[in-house]
Write a new protein. Sequence first.
Length: 94
Amino acid sequence: MFERTKSLFRQFTGQRKGEDRRIHPRFEMDVETTCRPVSSDEDVVARIRNVSRSGANVIVAAEIPDGTMIGLALTTEKDGLHTTVLACVMHAKV
């Protein structure tokens, strides 16, 4: 199902598989955080490598399959405010 959704998205946007589709600039960072699949009660250690308006590169210490919804914990450096954003794993490598 998830592969069909990605394929449909590529058809609507006229993009080919494997093509770099980034339209928003990426901002490099190296921030340790945690994430949690919505189907789990346990946090997983993660590291955010870069972010943009449309996505993020997150290195995770566990296998999380494509299509998995996760909560990604974010903390502001300046004042330490915490929030969690909902994200969908689009590309996972082991």
